[in-house]
Ligand binder design. Structure first.
Ligand code: GCO
Ligand code: MG
Length: 405
């Protein structure tokens, strides 16, 4: 007998950062959780869900995940875009959670079962200068990580995105009604970073997987030069070398360097990913389940990528909630061409609202074997932390012009 959706409710909570959470309840009382967090644009997704999608959900068959996905995506006429796809993702995750709970199985079992024992994870190491960065790398290796993203301060720049003290999870979005503005000097960065990463490689030895994120800030020719300069460092990947909208740029970069390339954390559909995958312009596709239409759509992207030897390297910073992280891990465990999962971790307060079954040990994550996604939300704790506006910083060049993010 079909199980119908009785209600769907949107929670916006801010246990040290903002999250948009969807609670779907069936008429037999099964609860599924979904995530719809879009950093700095949380309320837009909350409204899209509350005002446009929730009324369509009530009464639908909770088991027909794909049909609901097609109905919301194709039926809207206005397709794609981060707000739409994050909202659809939340519903998709909640319905997979319900399906798992109803079947009494973890979601990865419903996706075909595990094809690996654990999910290789990388985390962040940062330092204002080299000694601080090396300490941070050592601390993350001591926690068990076999892969580390290294970001460093740049002499002459007051703040560099992604650089912060300590190894605890940090929040790149700053509280307040408007974003912070930071000065960015690409030439200073390009002069400084190759030496820093070479020093990290020398310090860490050949086995540690080293990653670096350029945050979409380089022109194609600057990215090509950086990729070349970094070849002796043997990076696991150079991420977001160029702005994601101009996809031909990556082809140019690729012609000049064997440094592996990753991109796509801002993509939200297979159409965004298609050309880069089929032209084999990158090695890792970075879309994550909560921004790209959920498990149902993201697995199609991974399958397309598999044909071209492109691997999955999903986004997993602190704005990817524990619900989305759990969903990503279930999919990763069952995906043959999975590569690596970003795992920045969350502040302790986040874990008091979202209790998750996934674990980290010895470099690998595992989603756990609880039925469904394996995340529970403490609604009382969530309600104690209402929405608090926060925005990612805006970058300006030295002459004061707004520049690529
Ligand atoms: C990464 C990122 C993040 C994003 C942030 C946007 O983890 O690779 O680039 O720091 O910028 O999550 O919301
Ligand atoms: Mg990134």
């Amino acid at each position: 007998m079909a199980s119908r959706i009785r209600s769907a409710e949107v929670l916006v909570t801010s246990p040290s950062r903002n999250f948009v959470t969807l609670k779907v309840t069936t008429d037999d009382g099964v609860v599924g959780w979904g995530d719809a967090t879009l950093n700095g644009r949380e309320l837009a997704v909350a409204s899209y869900l509350r005002d446009h999608l929730v009324p369509l959900l009530v009464g639908r068959d909770a088991e027909r995940i794909e049909d609901t996905w097609q109905y919301l995506y194709r039926g809207a006429y206005w397709r794609r875009g981060p707000v739409t796809m994050a909202a659809i993702a939340a519903i998709d995750l909640a319905l997979w959670d319900i399906k798992g709970k109803t079947a009494g199985k973890p979601v990865y079992q419903l996706l075909g079962g595990a094809v690996r024992d654990g999910v290789l994870a990388y985390t962040h190491a940062t330092g204002a200068d080299l000694p601080e960065l090396l300490d941070s790398v050592d601390a993350q290796v001591a926690r068990g990580f076999r892969a580390v993203r290294a970001q460093s301060g740049v002499p002459g720049l007051e703040a560099v995105y992604g650089v912060h003290p300590g190894v605890a999870a940090y929040e790149p979005a700053g509280r307040g009604a408007a974003p912070a503005e930071e000065v960015w000097d690409v030439e200073a960065y390009l002069r400084h970073v190759p030496g820093v990463l070479a020093a990290v490689r020398e310090h860490a030895g050949p086995e540690l997987h080293l990653l670096h994120d350029a945050h979409h800030r380089l022109t194609p020719i600057q990215a090509a030069r950086l990729g070349k300069d970094l070849e002796p460092v043997r990076l696991f990947w150079l991420e977001d070398a160029t702005a994601a909208e101009n996809q031909e740029a990556l082809r140019l970069v690729r012609q000049h360097t064997t440094t592996p390339l990753a991109l796509g954390e801002v993509f939200n559909s297979v159409w965004d990913c298609k050309d880069l995958i089929t032209s084999q312009s990158l090695d890792y596709m970075r879309v994550c389940v909560s921004h790209a239409g959920g498990i149902s759509h993201t697995r199609r992207i991974w399958d397309l990528a598999a044909l071209y030897q492109v691997k999955a390297g999903p986004h997993g910073p602190s704005d990817v909630s524990p619900i989305a992280m759990a969903a990503s891990l279930h999919l990763a465990l069952a995906t043959p061409n999975f590569g690596i999962q970003e795992h920045m971790g969350h502040a302790p307060l986040v874990e008091t609202v979202f209790r998750h079954d996934y674990t980290f040990a010895d470099g690998y994550l595992h989603p756990g074997d609880a039925p469904g996604l394996g995340v529970d939300v403490d609604e009382v704790a969530a309600a104690a932390h209402p929405y608090d506006p926060a925005y990612l910083p805006v970058a300006r060049t030295r002459d004061g012009a707004v520049t690529d993010w």
